[in-house]
Design a protein around this ligand. Structure first.
Ligand code: PAF
Length: 285
């Protein structure tokens, strides 16, 4: 595996690779690799000839009160983990290389419609930061396909819309949520949880599980299911709900009746850590 820091060198590699007729898969990440990242990388290898993993803690997607400064950064550890999976290139640019004129004045890619709801409500500007950096990564790495985890369901929907709206010839693949043995959706941020908070954090996956059971038992009212999910969350100490919504999987618009397109999305704070989880309500994830 090669580590490339310069966007220009990355694009030169991508041009050579595509000219040789090879397909490139991109796994965009912010590092702090755990099992989910490694699974995304393995899946990418199954979809393309060459795999590029980008590692960049993107300053413009963090709000002023968020964890940009304390976000874990360990390039040597991440490189060792990626090297054990079939990754060809670890693309790890610096903030100066990604935003040479400074990130505050950069041109933004803004996806309208899907970004001011759900997580967008409590994280203003977050998705503009994500779509801007992902657009830059797409232009630098020139992938044929890119893989994103479904845990960040809204992010996946927003990126899908960006690609469709801007006519990018890039396939967007959503990777199923990966869970710990006890059900907690895997996330880099789980490392912030104390043992007690981690127990409370299980409220989210318990809520997802119960909601699927209730739908199987015949519940079709979104309002009822939301109320029941909130009850589970609030039954765990230290859990503060940000939102519990049932939306259409593509439009992210609230639904009143559950159908095959329904997704239940939850965000909650446990201590100072914000956790998210989601589930489709009919099929197993
Ligand atoms: O999901 C993430 O880790 C980030 O939002 C992404 C897609 C790598 C963009 O910085």
């Amino acid at each position: 595996m090669e580590i490339i820091h310069s966007p220009q060198e990355m694009t030169a590699w991508a041009n050579r690779t595509r000219a040789a007729g090879q397909r490139i898969a991109l796994v965009p990440t912010m590092g702090a690799f755990h099992e989910v990242h490694l699974r995304l990388m393995r899946t990418a290898a199954g979809h393309a000839d060459r795999v590029v993993v980008s590692l960049f803690v993107n300053p413009i997607q963090f709000g002023p009160q968020e964890d940009f400064d304390r976000y874990p950064r360990d390039l040597a550890r991440d490189a060792a983990l990626a090297a054990n999976v079939k990754v060809d290139i670890l693309f790890a640019p610096s903030p100066q290389q990604m935003y040479p004129q400074g990130s505050g004045t950069t041109t933004k890619v803004v996806v309208s419609g899907l970004t001011d709801t759900l997580c967008g409500r409590s994280r203003p500007g977050h998705f503009d930061g994500v779509t801007t950096v992902v657009a830059k990564l797409f232009n630098i790495v020139k992938p044929n396909l890119a893989i994103f985890g479904r845990k960040d369901f809204q992010q996946l929907a927003v990126i899908g819309k960006m690609v469709r709206d801007l006519n990018w010839d890039i396939e967007i693949v959503g990777h199923p949520i990966v869970r710990e043995a006890d059900g907690l959706a895997m996330s880099s941020r789980n490392a912030y949880l104390t043992d007690t908070e981690r127990q409370s954090g299980l409220a989210l996956s318990k809520g997802m599980q119960q909601a699927r059971q209730r739908v199987r038992a015949g519940v079709t009212s979104a309002g009822q299911l939301i109320e029941e999910t909130e009850k589970i969350l609030l039954g765990h100490p230290g859990v503060a709900i940000d939102y519990v919504n049932i939306v259409h999987r593509l439009t992210l618009l609230d639904q009143t009746e559950i159908n095959r397109d329904s997704v239940l999305l939850v965000a909650a704070r446990v201590g100072t850590t914000r956790l998210i989880d989601n589930t489709v309500l009919f099929d197993e994830q």
